[in-house]
Every structure is written in C-alpha cells, then in structure tokens.
Design a binder for this molecule. Structure first.
Ligand code: SF4
Length: 857
C-alpha cells in the first residue's frame, strides 16, 4: 500500500479452498491463532477450527488475543481501582508498583455519567456537563490519575461521546499496522483490528468488519495484562438477508426484527454473521445498528464483513486514503473481504426477508417484543390502575428521548428525526406538557450533521434540543420527571411510558419509577413525544390537531428516503469527524482537574466514592470445596445485572443512602449512580437493592432484605451474609433461567463475592455475567431446568450440599448437588459446572482474576 510492504498471515496460501468454507468470524480467529501461537499448541488449535467444519460445532477451546480493550467510566472505575489496589500490594511486597501496567491499549470513554437534568433550553449541554463534573469530581480525578500514571490507558473525557460511537468514528482501524520484534529484526505486520469491550454493546463495531464483543470487567483485566481470553469455538449462526427495506423503514426496524427473530430462534452465546445478497443494500450505519443489538438477541457478535460500504464509511469519517487502501488490500488478500454470493458453512442458517419488515417498536418491557404501531394500545391494556387520573391519559409518554449509541450514531437516523421535527414545527405542533424530551447524540460529529443541515433549530423548536453527548437516558440517567408525571406516579393514577431510541426497556431501566418503555427509531420518538399518549394508534389516528383544527398524521410528518438521502449527502461533504472529536477531547473542565500523578493512588479513608477494595487479598481457591450452604436468596427467571447491582440513582430512603448519610455524604450527591462508585462498602450494601427483586425464600420481604435461616430473622441481605460468615456458614444463591442478563457490570459479581456467596446455582446464565462470577472465584453451577420444575421449590430451612472440589473440577464437569429438606428428605440434582475453559478453572482455583494477575506479576 502506497509503496509500503506489510507481513501478513496469508490465510489463502496456508489453507487453500478450505478457507472459503469457514465463516468470516472464524477466519479472523484463525488468523489470530496462527499469528500468536507456536508449535503443537498452534497446530492443535488450527486443526480444531477446521474440525468445526464437520458439524458446525465444536467443544474445543481456543485462545484469542485481542488487540485492544474498550471501556466506559462505569466499568473502568472498578477495574482501574483494582489495578491501583494491586499496585499497593506490589509495593507492600517490595516490588516497584509502576511495573504494573496494561500491556495493550485501553480506551476509556467517560460517557455513562451524563444525566438529563436540564432539557429543552439552549444552555442544556453546558449545564448538564457542569452538573456531571461537580457530581463526579472525585471519581474523575481518579480517572485522570489513571490516564497520567498507567501507560496505555487513554481516557476520553465527558462530551466526546458514547464509547461505541467513538469506536466507530475514531478508534477502529479495521486493519492495523503492528510493529513486532522478530529474530530477523523489526517487522511491520498488517493485522485485523480486534478488541474486547467491557460493555455488552461492543459488537456495534462488527458493523464495519471489526471483530469484537463484550466481556466483563474482570475478563478484560486478564486481557489487559497479556493473557488471552479463552473461548469454546463458537457455533456460528448465519443470518441470510434477502429483499430490501421498504421506503418508510429504518435500520431500527431491521434491528428490532432481527432481535425478535433471533431471540425466538435462540442464539444465546453464538456468533452471528450476516450474509446473503441483501447485505450489500445496507450501509455501514445500518449494519452498526443491527450489530449493536447483539446482546438483545443474545448473541456474542452480529458480524458484517468488510466490503465497499466499509470503505465508504472509513472515507466518510475521515480516515486517510492510505488507511482505506490498506483495509481493502488486506481484506481482499487474506480472504476477509465479504462476497455477497459466498455461502460458507454455518452451524445453522436463519432467513430474514427485508421485504417483510414494517415500522415497528418493541416493548413494553422487553426489547425482543416487536410490535406494529397499531398493536401498542393492546399491549398496554394489561397495565391499568383502579383510579385513573382525570387530567392525564392512562399511559402518558413520560419520556421521549433520542438516546443511545444504537440509534444516534448513524447520521441518517438523526436526519430522519430532524425532518420529522421540521414538518411538526411547520404544523405548529408541540409535545404534551408532561413529556420530558431530550436528544443526546452519540458524538459531536454525528450531531454536527444536524447543524449543517439546519435541522437542529427545528428539533430545538419542539423541545428536542441537545442535552449532551453520552448515554444519558439509555443507561437510566434520565433525570427528574415532569411534575404531572411525578404526581401521577406518587398517586398511582396511571402507568407512564417511556419512548426511547435505546436498546433496553426492562422495568426501571430508563428511570427507576418507569416500568414501561418502547424502543423505536429517533423519528418515531418525536412522533410519540408529540402524541403524548402511548394509547394512540399512530398507524391509523392523528398524532395531534393543529391550532386551526387540522388533524396531523404520522404520514404527514414522515420523510421520504430521497429527502433523507439528499440531506445526508449535502452534510456529508463538509463533515470533519476528526476536528469535532479533537475539539471535544480538549474539554477544559476535565483537563483542569487537579489529579495526582504518583505511582500509588493516594486513597482517602473518608471518601464515599473510592475505597481500596479487598479483592487483591483474596485467598486462592477459597470458595471451592465440598460444603453445605444456606440459600441467601432464591430467585426466579430473568434476574438481570440491574437487579443484582442496580445502575440507577441511589434512592434517598435506602440502606445505601443511610450508610452514606452516616458518613456525611451530601444529600444531593445521592443522585449519583451507585454502580459508578469505586467504593466496595457502598456496592456491598447495594447488592440486590432493587425493588423489582422478588426473593422467593419468603413472601413480602422488604427491599434488599432476606431471612437469616438459622434464626428466622428478617434483615438486610448484607447483614445476613455477614452473620453467616461470622458463624462460619456457607451461602449460595439460587436462580432460574437467564441469570445475569443485561449489562456487563462486574459489580454484580463483585457484590456477591463481598457477600461471601460461594456458588450461584441457576438454570442458565447470561454469558458475560457467568464469566464475571468466575472472575471473582465464584462457581456458577447449571441446574437442569426439568429437574428443578419437577421437585418442590427451595424453601425456608432447606440446605444445599455441593461437591465442587478444586482437584475434581474441569470444564462442564458434573457437580453433585443435594437439597436437604427441612423435613429430613433429600433431593438429588444432576447439575454441572457452568465453566467452559481451562483458563476459567485456573481462575476459580486462584480465587479469581486479581489474585491470578498478582501471582503472575
Ligand atoms: Fe451507553 Fe446505552 Fe450505548 Fe450502553 S447501550 S453504551 S448505556 S448508550
């Protein structure tokens, strides 16, 4: 490329026509193995990958060494706090602490802390940023310390945008030039850009041909310190796309359709790869939206190969001619270029015809529940109240938010919203008075499209001005609700609904007091915001009536494809992504923070935000063994990481708030998400502190309480755990299907470790949380659902006997579980270890990631 030569792993030369039968994702894993491994281990791993071709499935495990790590401020804070604490341990053992640094690049976006406190006013961006800086000042000083002290850690300050948008627009190179020291001297290699991210939506980057997926913060720590991540060669589900999206459809509609179809098909833990003739009809922006929702359809990836649309995207976002040429030349040469006619071997194939897709929303409580607009009122019927408000609709739109990386990174989606706003403004429409409106784009670059097209004033005119650049409403940081909605919630006189362009709508996700939410495209968010009432059928009836009595329908506002394309093309010419990013990186409030730069972080015992955690002194293998345990909690299906370690603001009347107030925390600081703190005492008290958690041990338990079984006393969960620990008793948590769904936050596993939970026994686990449990040395045990359903539920007084001896442990090995009933009978359950790889066994034996890293250091 441009007169330069690169070494490559020449996959076609090495593997001939057999390579064509492998899905693209497996070719990337193959390249990684050939490049990073040696000798017999490499040969075995290569043979295992080609062995996969026989059945499209494999039990073999392979190592994967990603090139970089992506994190956000919520998941990076505990990880960086762990590293700071590990440095302390090294210093206490006479080892130079500055030796401990990540060995691959780590990018951290400070995006999860923006709250929508001010909205629908011209200075909302700067006011919200000021609030954010004030509330998070201590934690941000710590992050600044990390960026000054830990080599390889780059922190992108508040205002630069959402991690996945920045990754698409700035960080991803698709193919990297990597300098390596070989025996023959220095060599420059061209290699695929690969990553892991401590966020479940990391697969968004799959939209531009970069292989990456979400992992827990603990798994990321192993990778940062040079250990590979081990994975079972995945089942690869091919999703064959045919047909073409209709004129009124958006990529959001496609993503919701894919989510529903793949959830029905069951692709949990699988790699998904899109192929077929219609992939070529989708822009890189469309693909990124679909790839982003991989965790919602349950997959590890949602991969699209590299092709002409990838190159166009690199050009549009300002990557150099050389970079574009390198990507194309490399992908074509190494068999990684996507061919629309190619039909590699997949574990199974699912067909999706784009012609069948209409205009959709998903909800009201799960992202996979896709609906036509006409079906929304029926879906809400079951959510009623006995004494409805005479002033507001039964299901008023409380929040209408254009939010999230998913649907605000693609300028086409924002432009469509802007065009709806322009037409609504022309009709003189305004949102209902009870609707909280907001627009938080993925980055300043994507927002600048709205400025250049002149659509921003239209959005502002109807209340959808920009409130900042970050996760905001999507992560539950939606700020206070409007007065009428607050009153309705306090009186219980209705069931308010959120309309958002996010990706998750679990009860309490976007606001602790909202249980209902519909996911939709940004343009539809505006329509619902204007309608103000989720019971309106926007497919058939008017959204609003103008001042002169003319009904305005959705079709009157909806832009044509040509209108969107014209605006996009006009704004594209003058786009300068790099300039917008660099300007945001200069955030003076961030760079003005007075942060320490010593090799050891100066902990402050009085801090309510940061405390040196105890994990670096965990005893090896401490939680394995043969034992009888009391169930600390008995839970049902679909326990999310939000249930385990809530991400929303700390409620003012709660155990956590009481603790903080005792320590002199200022009342208004309680708004700060619990999960952002690097304070293990807060997180210990916050574990399971969610009003939606139902503990089946006993009816009617207060929030975050359980029964201490030996005494029968009802007490806070953490106090019960402490009493068991003091008495030398073991405890476990029992759950149903899909335990640990949702965000990747590792506090959900660390919280259980702090409670001294030895094992979680569940019918199934979500991938990232399962890995986080192992990262904390906690054994996940999979219970056979049929056996559980056929026997009496775990009841007060039952004890669980587990045989999980360290020496006998191997991937997926049987685990003998016996339930000793209070009446003296015993039930036996044929369970198995939910452990996939030898590295995971080593982690469990070491007591978790942190002791293992320290041991290796
Ligand atoms: Fe942020 Fe939401 Fe994207 Fe997660 S999905 S990174 S919370 S915007």
């Amino acid at each position: 490329v441009a007169g330069r030569r690169y070494k490559i792993v020449d996959l076609p030369a090495l593997f001939g026509s057999e390579l064509d039968r492998l899905p693209l994702v497996l070719r990337i894993l193959l390249e990684n193995i050939v490049r990073n491994m040696r000798g017999q281990e490499r040969d075995d791993a290569v043979a295992a990958i080609f062995g996969w071709l026989a059945s499209g499935s494999s039990e073999a495990e392979i190592p994967f060494q990603p090139g970089r790590v992506l994190m956000h401020d919520t998941t990076s804070t505990p990880a960086l706090v762990d590293i700071a604490a590990m440095r302390n341990v090294l210093a206490e053992h006479g080892v130079d602490p500055s030796l401990l640094n990540p060995v691959i690049p780590v990018d951290v976006s400070v995006d999860h802390s923006l709250a929508v406190e001010e909205f629908a006013r011209p200075d909302a961006i700067s006011l919200n940023l000021q609030h954010e800086m004030r509330r998070n000042e201590e934690r941000y000083r710590f992050l600044r310390w990390a960026s000054k002290t830990l080599s390889g850690v780059r922190i992108h300050p508040p205002g630069t945008g959402i991690m996945h948008t920045i990754n698409l627009e700035q960080l991803a190179t698709v193919v990297c030039a990597e300098t390596r020291r070989e025996e023959s001297g220095e060599e420059t290699w061209a290699v695929p850009d690969t990553l892991i991210g401590t966020d479940s939506h990391t697969p968004m980057i799959n939209g531009i041909g970069v292989l990456g997926w979400g992992v827990g913060g603990l798994e990321a720590q192993t990778v940062m310190f040079g250990m590979p991540t081990m994975l079972r060669i995945p089942d690869v589900v091919g999703v064959r796309l045919t047909g073409a999206l209709g004129a009124a459809c958006t990529s959001t509609d496609l993503a919701l359709t894919v989510t529903q179809r793949l959830r029905q098909a069951g692709v949990t833990g699988d790699f998904v790869e899109f192929f077929g003739p219609s992939v070529d009809t989708l822009s890189a922006g469309d693909r990124a939206v679909v790839a982003n929702m991989a965790p919602e359809y349950g997959a590890t990836t949602g991969y699209f190969g590299i092709d002409r649309h990838t190159i166009s995207y690199l050009r549009a976002t300002g990557r150099t001619e050389d970079a574009q040429a390198l990507v194309e030349a490399y992908a074509r040469r190494t068999g990684l270029w996507f061919e629309p006619g190619a039909e590699p071997r997949y574990s199974r194939v699912i067909e999706i015809d784009l012609d069948d897709i209409g205009m959709h929303v998903a909800g009201p409580t799960r992202p996979q529940d896709r609906l036509r607009l006409a079906d929304v009122p029926a879906a809400l019927q079951q959510f009623s109240v006995s004494a409805p408000s005479p002033e507001l609709p039964l299901h008023p739109i409380a929040i209408a938010s254009i939010t999230s990386c998913t649907n605000t990174s693609d300028p086409a989606l924002l432009i469509a919203a802007g065009l709806v706003a322009r037409k609504a403004r022309a009709f003189g429409l305004q949102p209902a008075r009870w609707v909280k409106t907001s627009l938080a784009p993925g980055s300043p670059a994507s927002a600048s499209y709205l400025k250049r097209t002149g659509l921003l004033p239209d959005l502002e005119a109807i209340g959808f001005g920009i409130v900042g650049f970050g996760c905001a409403t999507c992560i539950g940081n939606s700020g206070p609700l409007t007065e009428p909605i607050r009153k309705m919630i306090d009186e219980g006189s209705g069931k308010p609904v959120a309309a958002l362009s996010g990706n998750r709508n679990f009860p309490g996700r976007v606001h602790p007091d909202l249980d209902l939410g519909f996911i939709m495209s940004p343009a539809l968010v505006i329509a619902y915001g204007l309608a103000g009432d989720a019971d309106k059928n926007l497919e058939a009836g008017p959204i609003q009536t103008t001042a002169d009595g003319k009904p305005v329908y959705l079709r009157d506002l909806w832009p044509t494809r040509e209108e969107i394309a014209r605006c996009l093309a006009a704004a594209q010419d003058t786009a300068d992504y790099r300039r917008d990013f660099e300007r945001a990186e200069k955030n003076p409030a961030w760079h003005g923070l007075d942060a320490p730069d010593s090799a050891l972080f100066p902990w402050d015992e009085r801090s309510n935000y940061l405390q040196r955690p105890p994990f670096a002194s965990l005893e090896a293998g401490g939680l394995l063994g043969n034992y009888r345990a009391y169930p600390l909690m008995v839970l049902g299906d679909d326990i999310t990481t939000d249930h385990i370690s809530p991400a929303s603001a700390i409620p003012p009347k709660s155990l956590v708030a009481d603790y903080l107030v005792q320590r002199g925390d200022k009342r208004n600081d309680l708004n700060v998400f619990a999960s952002r703190r690097g304070n293990w005492q807060v997180m210990l008290r916050g574990t399971f502190h969610n009003r939606n958690v139902i503990n089946l041990l006993k009816d009617g338990l207060p929030v975050a309480h359980t029964v201490h079984v030996p005494s029968g006393d009802v007490m806070p969960i953490w106090e019960a755990a402490q009493r068991y620990r003091d008495d030398g008793e073991s405890i476990v948590v029992i759950a149903g299907e899909r335990y640990g769904t949702g965000s990747s936050r590792d506090w959900a596993a660390k919280g259980l470790r702090l409670l001294n939970v030895r094992s979680v026994l569940a019918c199934s686990f979500e991938r990232i949380h399962r890995s986080n449990l192992i990262g904390m040395g906690i054994l996940p045990v999979q219970l056979p659902a049929a056996a559980i359903k056929g026997m009496p539920a775990i009841a007060l007084g039952d004890r669980i006997e587990i045989h999980a001896d360290a020496d006998a442990l191997s991937p997926r090995c049987p685990i003998a579980v016996r339930v000793h009933r209070a009446n003296g009978t015993v039930d036996t359950i044929a369970a198995k270890a939910a452990v996939e790889t030898q590295l995971e066994i080593n982690l469990l034996k070491a007591g978790g990631v942190i002791p293992l890293i320290l041991d290796q250091t």
